[in-house]
Design a protein around this ligand. Structure first.
Ligand code: MN
Length: 487
């Protein structure tokens, strides 16, 4: 079925974008897929290279069981088929940063088969992306072209690092859906702890397959955009590439299947190489490695150890705390956020607590470019602030002032209220005195308000100003109505 809301208009009519993604996620392991060399960011060039990674003669790969476990764990988190039998193949090609002359990957028999992910769009609606497979493979090293005008350097620190390649079906129809899919996938990987999802370091990157077609037609010829490593770049690359293909087709041309690169400086894609087919790589089973045979009891033990995943947690936050789909969705994006919420909400009004976290704290943190782990405000203090509001010690307006002091690192909100004299004035005597003085000073306004009741707002403002914003607004309103004869 074609969703007409996502069609884009060309010169000669509407087009549909069809997107499938191959995401490479670096396994969060301490050592490489087939060697004991360390995996880590920031080491000096070629400091984390074993003889296996450098492909010295006679070296043999040894599978890292921990990496296999993480792949299985990820597969289970993607509700996917776990294959008890899988096998490593050699994918042969030459590249200066690939000393073996082949990449060890899984071609015919991946460790994980078909699964699926539920993805939320920005408007809250949900769609499903089918997962075709997840396989384990080695990463390559890095060629460094910009250190010397005449030479290219090679850094093999990344060579042999374990990657999970997660291949989706072509189930996305817009750049927003593609970005939402990667976001959701990243959230699941981080919940599982199998990949840190750090896109800036390239630990999670997407190859984006883009094609266009007339609604209802067969799939068009696709181009693959390699190694895009931010949500924004993924969207820009797709937008550009879809337009490029539509223009060619509308001019009567044909799309050449090829691999393209995204240039973030120009926001455009350019041709890298014409697309090779699987048979060009001369895949064959790696004779140095036995097939992987997984024990069903071992798989079951991993399944039993899975944490509560984002979809289940979202449903629970909604039913247990009565949160809106939006608030629950924002909180489960990172498990650290929902943990923070649950600590803060203990014994407090959960909706009010969620509101202070999503609209207050998370907004501030995003302005400052921080994660919730770096929050200067502790969960317990958000809870204490909500308690002050519930008990009428501060109005929600004054609570914002208290919050600003908390953000500045002053800690306990009760101490802040004390120190800065922010206690809400509930004392009707004090408020009455303020009201009487204001009415006495403005008899004409007090008379006019009888014909124009909404003018009471001016009096509320005066009373609040007189009391430094600390008067209980409910009490102020009630007293004003009585004294102005509006009650
Ligand atoms: Mn790959």
């Amino acid at each position: 079925m074609t969703d007409t809301s996502k069609l884009i208009q060309g010169r000669t009519g509407p087009w549909e974008i069809v997107l499938g993604l191959e995401v490479h996620a670096q396994v969060a392991s301490k050592s490489k897929l087939f060697s004991g060399a360390a995996v880590g960011f920031g080491a000096g060039p070629n400091e984390q290279v074993s003889l296996v990674d450098a492909a010295m003669p006679g070296m043999l790969p040894v599978i890292n069981g921990y990496c296999v476990e993480q792949a299985v764990r990820t597969g289970l988190g993607l509700k996917a088929q776990i294959n008890a039998f899988s096998r490593f193949d050699r994918k042969n090609y030459f590249y200066p940063d690939l000393p073996q002359g082949y990449q060890i990957s899984q071609f015919a028999h991946p460790v994980v088969g078909e699964g699926e992910i539920e993805v939320e769009r920005d408007d809250g609606s949900v769609f499903t992306v089918r997962i075709e497979r997840l396989h384990l493979e080695q990463d390559a090293g890095k060629s460094v072209h910009d250190m010397d005008p005449d030479w290219t350097y090679v850094d093999l620190n990344r060579a042999g690092t374990a990657l999970m390649e997660i291949v989706s079906r072509p189930d996305m129809r817009s750049s927003e859906e593609a970005a939402a899919y990667v976001k959701k996938l990243r959230t699941i990987l981080r919940y599982l702890g199998t990949c840190d999802g750090d896109m800036e370091k390239g630990n999670l990157r997407a190859d984006v397959n883009v094609s266009v077609r007339r609604p209802g037609d067969e799939l068009g010829t696709r181009c693959e955009i390699k190694n895009v490593n931010s949500y924004r770049y993924i969207q820009q690359a797709i937008e550009y590439e879809a337009r490029r293909q539509i223009e060619i087709l509308e001019d009567g041309g044909k799309i050449k299947q090829e691999t393209r690169l995204f240039d973030p400086n120009k926001s455009e894609t350019r041709s890298m190489r014409s697309k090779e087919e699987a048979h060009d790589y001369r895949y064959f089973p790696d004779p140095d490695l036995l097939p992987l045979i997984l024990d069903p009891a071992w798989i079951k033990a991993i399944e039993d150890s899975l944490p509560e995943l984002p979809d289940a947690k979202k449903a629970r936050l909604r039913s247990q705390y009565g949160l809106s789909a939006y608030d629950a969705g924002v909180l489960v994006i990172e498990s650290a956020r929902s943990d923070f919420f649950e600590r803060a909400a203990e014994g407090r009004d959960p909706k009010l607590t969620a509101n202070w976290i999503t609209n207050g704290l998370l907004a501030k943190l995003s302005e400052a470019g921080h994660d919730i782990d770096a929050s200067p405000i502790k969960a317990e203090d958000i809870g204490a602030l909500v308690r002050l509001i519930e008990e009428g010690v501060v109005s929600s307006k004054i609570a914002r002032v208290v919050f600003d002091h908390m953000w500045a690192g002053e800690g306990d909100p009760a101490a802040i209220v004390e120190k800065h004299g922010l206690v809400q004035v509930n004392d009707t005597g004090a408020i009455e005195a303020a009201i009487d003085a204001i009415i006495a000073a403005n008899p004409d306004k007090a008379a006019a308000v009888k014909d124009k009741p909404q003018a009471i707002g001016w009096f509320v403002g005066q009373v609040m100003r007189e009391t430094g914003g600390k008067a209980n607004p409910g009490v102020v309103n009630d007293l004003l109505k009585a004294k102005l004869g509006l009650a």
